[in-house]
Design a protein around this ligand. Structure first.
Ligand SMILES: Cc1cc2nc3c(=O)[nH]c(=O)nc-3n(C[C@H](O)[C@H](O)[C@H](O)COP(=O)(O)OP(=O)(O)OC[C@H]3O[C@@H](n4cnc5c(N)ncnc54)[C@H](O)[C@@H]3O)c2cc1C
Length: 355
């Protein structure tokens, strides 16, 4: 069986981002790479959105970028600006197409459907496949989004809605998220932060229908695309191995308080590219411990007091949006962290710190 210098298990967001990063920086000129990916066809299956706080390789895959957003709780709306850190949405279909067409040109990159087809004993492995069980008792961010096209112009495409908590909460944390791509096209998503095993929240189609028709009051529309997913709000556990690095969600690249992963995956890819010549000996890349600690407390509060979360999120954004964006994107300094922390209900968070 054939052997390779590097093996990437999983040709999804993290696997392909890493292969692309290595390829464009000519790190595969005299090294071979095998990508293991079972899917037979790539098509758009996700919309990756994030505040652009750092450069990345995929500006040409952006569906839309915004510099204004809103957040609301019943009876109150806060309109905010994010100039300097635009919110971007990447179309996964364009992303897959861009990367795969480039990688196919490199004669040192090989594609397989199953790891059993190669001998990976002597390879360095980048693994993006996790063994997280769906019925895990930890918190998940689970969601379903649809892209709709309305008959008449309805949306203000200059402003997206990050969180609309003006909806039923069912003893959990629930909000809608709307990304208007144009005056008559938008992604509308229902998002829950809860324990995954709670099927009482999975009537997504009805939730979205009610929100579009009763809340937004849109009658004439059609659904053109649908995506569904669940992001674990806990770090997957794995054994450290000298010849293996976990990447993507499996590698702990999700910011637990938000579910944002895409930009962390890009930063991880750059880190690996910078250190590829000495990859077995470097310290592992991880989300700054400061955020791991703060997110842990935040999720404890969320778990115990879901009813407080709409106000907590709303008040968080009363700090300057730039500060909150930097905080949520792992780029804040200690003064900025403190200005967020002071917005939180102190006793609730102090109690969560100690038990
Ligand atoms: C619907 C959805 C929307 C999201 N939106 C956002 C967002 O807006 N912003 C954000 O920052 N994050 C978002 N995320 C979170 C995160 O960015 C994505 O999940 C991202 O795709 C994670 O990349 P990954 O490579 O870890 O996993 P994936 O992209 O899922 O890649 C894993 C790959 O492994 C393959 N695979 C599975 N089993 C095997 C096997 N046995 N052997 C080999 N390969 C295998 C799969 O086919 C897949 O291609 C979203 C997640 C989902 C599910």
């Amino acid at each position: 069986m054939k052997e390779f210098d590097y093996v990437i298990i999983g040709g999804g967001c993290a696997g392909l981002s890493l292969a692309y990063e290595l390829d464009i920086h000519e790190k595969l000129k005299d090294k071979t790479l095998a990508i293991i990916e079972p899917r037979s066809e790539y098509k758009k299956d996700k919309t990756w959105s994030f505040w652009k706080v750092a450069p990345h390789n995929f500006d040409d895959c952006i569906k839309k970028s915004w510099e204004n957003f809103s957040i609301n709780i019943p009876g109150k709306t806060n309109f905010l600006e994010c100039k300097g850190y635009p919110y971007q949405s990447i179309d996964s279909g364009l992303f897959y197409e861009k990367i795969n067409s480039r990688l196919k040109e490199n004669k040192n990159i090989f594609f397989f459907k199953d790891i059993k087809e190669i001998n990976s004993k002597n390879s360095f492995i980048f693994n993006s496949v996790s063994n997280i069980k769906k019925d895990h008792l930890n918190l998940w961010q689970h969601f379903c989004g649809v892209e709709i096209e309305t008959k008449n112009n309805f949306f203000d495409e200059e402003i997206f809605n990050l969180m609309d908590f003006d909806c039923e909460q069912r003893d959990s944390v629930h909000f809608f998220y709307t990304l208007p791509y144009s005056k008559n096209k938008a992604l509308v998503e229902t998002t829950w932060l809860s324990k995954m095993n709670d099927n009482s929240q999975k009537d997504y189609d009805q939730q979205i229908k009610d929100y579009i028709e009763k809340h937004l009051k849109i009658k004439d529309y059609k659904i053109t695309y649908k995506e569904e997913g669940a992001i674990p709000l806990f770090y997957p556990s794995y054994e450290k191995e000298r010849n293996k690095i976990n990447i993507g969600t499996a590698g702990g690249m999700t910011r637990l308080s938000t579910g944002y992963t895409f930009l962390n995956i890009q930063e991880h890819s750059k880190f690996i590219r910078d250190n590829i010549e000495n990859i077995s000996n470097i310290n592992r890349f991880e989300i700054n411990k400061k955020y791991q600690f703060l997110d842990d407390i935040f999720l404890r509060v969320l778990n115990r007091h879901p009813e407080k979360m709409p106000d907590i999120f709303f008040n968080m954004f009363k700090t300057s949006p730039k500060t909150v964006i930097k905080f949520l994107s792992n780029k804040s300094n200690y003064l900025e962290d403190l200005s967020i922390i002071f917005r939180m209900p102190k006793m609730t968070f102090i109690k969560a710190l100690f038990y």
